[in-house]
Every structure is written in structure tokens, then in C-alpha cells.
Write a protein of this length. Sequence first.
Length: 548
Amino acid sequence: MPVSPCIIVLIGHMGAGKTTLGRKLAQVLGTKFIDLDAEIEKAAGCSIAEIFSKHGEAHFREGEHKVISRLMKEEACVLATGGGAWMDKRTRDLIRKTPHACTIWLHVPLTTLHARLTHSRAKRPLLREGNLHDTLKRLATKRHPLYAQADIVITFGDETVDEAVKKLTTALESVNPVQKVAVTLPSHHYEVIIGPNLLKKAAFYIRPHLKNKHAIIITDSNVAELHLATARDSFAESEIRLDVICVSPGEESKSFSTYQRVMEDVLALGIERGTTIIALGGGVVGDLAGFVAATAMRGINFIQIPTTLLSQVDSSVGGKTGINTKAGKNLVGAFWQPQIVLADISTLKTLPRRQLIAGYAEILKAGLISDPELFSWCEINGADLLDGNTAILTEAVKRACSFKAQIVCADEREQAHQGGRALLNLGHSFAHALEAEFHYDGRLLHGEAVSIGLHLALSLSVKMGLAQKDDLKRLDSHLKTLAMSSKISELPATLSAKTLLNHMAHDKKMRDGKLSFILLHGIGQAFTCRDVDQTLVRELYLEEGCVD
């Protein structure tokens, strides 16, 4: 059951069964039942039909809103609303802002509603005139896009009351509250929305951020097969023109050639300054789509829907976009912040464990940088996270995004000479060198390279006398427990220390010809260091299994 106390708000068309099911649901939950229409009649001293007849619908809606405002102060109840209550924006906003309220749309097919309402339309002001079927269809066209914004959507047919209530209680048992992380920059603000089944309501979250009625989804073929239909269906009853551009999966798509092709496709769709680019996919899609958005017509709106754990906790937040070149990774790009980020935890269920591990490395990185409490949380919950526990995944993404948002807000464009956003590169100087040696061909995922990079960064810190060996043992023990990569010797090839150092020399973190390392004084104590003897790095590589 939802966390008690809770206000469960039932919405939907007249005839959907809100009163009947609401009354029974309240009995099952052991809470009180409130019928909104009855409360309005009590307050007005006359029937709903009389209010409509004497004062009109506008007057009725005003009174309805006042009654709902009062009822939202209840501690717990099941509230059955009228069919039009949810259509009032003030009322929707009021219910959404009530922290302990949960909305459920009782979705019933129009044919079923028609049969139920045929003999009772005389009692319903909105159904008295005209053809009943046409009236219901018109109401559905107007109301369904807004009903779909409910926290839970359940479709009912010919179930008995007991069967329908069972569907309601089952849905309530599985619901998880949406989490939000605010990213507030000097010139821009957006939210990271985290929770399950967000794709099903993507249009609800995205539509307020569209400047016009045209959006372009950029995705890859793997993600399209799994999630594109769900995203598109959420827009089905809107007037939004939704185009799709698909690229090949993998790091190879972060290239000049793919960027050029996608940009030509975007321009061929007749975009305007009000068009929005939506990235649906992992970090590659997000980086590529973000760079397209940043450069098309000198910048158009951009929305992130990350579908991998790695992209949810890292690349989708902070505004870094870009593509790779022969000289190195992410050397061409732009800072271009999204309007909103939808981190749908349900999309992670389609990922193999290897992809979850790759994303988990970035969460662990956040704890190592400056949040020892998060690192400890990972030690306790890491196994459940990798087993796909929805609540643990939601909490992990929220913690990691909160951590990154804090750093990004303090140093949006990585301009701080010490600390700041540069700390997010912990382990990345090593990781990017390893990725370059494997030519971004999928044998080594970015998160796997980061996992090894974290080990190497702490090993170098210990080698330089900056950190204790016990910290390194603690990190390595955790990585080993979860079967995560930590040693170069575990990789499927023998690497050259000289070659890896050469890759590091082309890293974008070079300053005045010197590579900036992020090192550690201990777990949760990262800092920027430019006084690293390259000989020590070479020795470390050799100790880790590289050849000279």
C-alpha cells in the first residue's frame, strides 16, 4: 500500500465507477471515503444539476476547486472526483503539490461508458444534449491527454467490483513516488525527474517545455526497438508533430560523419527556433543529440531521456555534449543544458548486468570524490542495485544526480582552477586512455574503464603517499565483491605503458602541456593535482600489468 497517511484521488469520466470503486477501496484500505460531488452539494445547499442550471459550469468549477482545496488538507482518504475536476489547471497543480496525494485514472473504453450512461444521462448536465456517443468522444479527445498525467493509469473493462478493487490495490502496492533533483545555474534551471514508468507519461513532462508543436527524437536502433513506441504513445492524443532520427548503437556514432548526417536530417525536417531535440538513449545518443541541439540554428531546446544507468547518473546532467575525434574523446563539443531530464528507472530493466555495473562505477565515483556517506551506502546497497531493485536504483540515481548537480551548479563550465567540476574527472584520465587503446569498439565500456580508473587513481595516490593503503583495500574489496573491473591485468589484451601515456597526453584535461590528475587523500577527499611525476604513472602502469 502507499505510504500512510495518503490521499488517493480517483479521476476519470463520469460512469467510470469512481464512487463505487472508491467506496470499496476505502473499506479495503481502512480509510474514509469522500465523494466530491456530495461535498459540493453539501457546501452549496443544492444539487450539481441545479448549480449548472442556475449559475453555469464556470461557477461550479470555482466551487469545486474550493472544496478540493479544503479536502487536500485531509490526512488520509479515498476521494472520488467529478469527471471535469482534473481539467482545471489550478486543481491539477494543487493536487500535484500535495505531497501525500496519489492520483489514479480509471480508464474505461468509450463503448463501456456508453452502455453505462445510456439510462442515466438525464441526471448529468454535460450529457443531456446531443448524441451520447459523439459527446463522449469529444470529451475523451479533450480530457484523455490530461487524465494521462495521473500517477497511476488503470484500464477497466467488465470486471466485478472486487476484481477492479484488486487491480487498484495491486497498482498501489507497486507505485513508487517520483523523485526530483533541481539543477539551478546562474542563467538556467531545470529538473531531473527520477522514477519508474516515466516514459509512459513523457508527454506530460515534456509538453510544458516545448516552444512550438514540433519535436525530434534522436535515438539508436537498439533503444528504438525497446522504448520508442512507449515514448511516442504518450504523445498519441496530443497535437505535437514528433519526428524520429535513428543512429547506429555504439561509440562510433559520436563522430563527425554521424553528426553531419543527423544535422542534415534535422534541417531537412524544416525545423524552427522553437523546435526541440529529445535524446532517447544512453550517453552516446545524449552527447550527440545535445551537440546537434547546441549547434542547429545556433541553439535550440534540448531534452534528455537517458535509458542507461550510466547516462542517468552522469552524462544526462550538467550540459556537456560532444563527439569524438581521432585525437581523442569528446574533444569537439559544447556546454548545452537540457530543459528537463527524465530518468525512467523502468528502462534499466532491459539492460544486461554489465551495463548496470558500468553505470554503478559513476555512482561509486561520486562517493569517492566527496561523499563518504554515499560510498558507505554503496557498500551496503550495491548488490541489490545491480540485481535491479527499483527502490534502490531510484535512490542511487537521486543521490548521484544530487551530488553532480551540486558540483555543476558551482562550476558549470569547469573553470575552477582547483576542485570544482574537474573533480568529476576522477579516474577519467586513466579511463579515457584505456578506451582509446580499445578504439571504443565495445570491448571496454566507459563505465568499466572508469572502474579501473578509480582503482588506478587511488593506487597512484597511495604510491605518492597521499592516501592510506586501507582505503585502496576497501575500494578493491568492494569492486571485487560486485565482480567489477579494477585491474588492467584483467583486460582482454596486453597494453603498453608508453602508449597509454601517449593517449593521456592528448586528453582534454591538459593544462600548459601538463595533465591534471584527480587524486585522493582518502575516500571522500578528492583534489586536483598537477605535480605528478610521469615516471610514477609509468611505474604504476607497469605494476598493473602493462608492458614497457
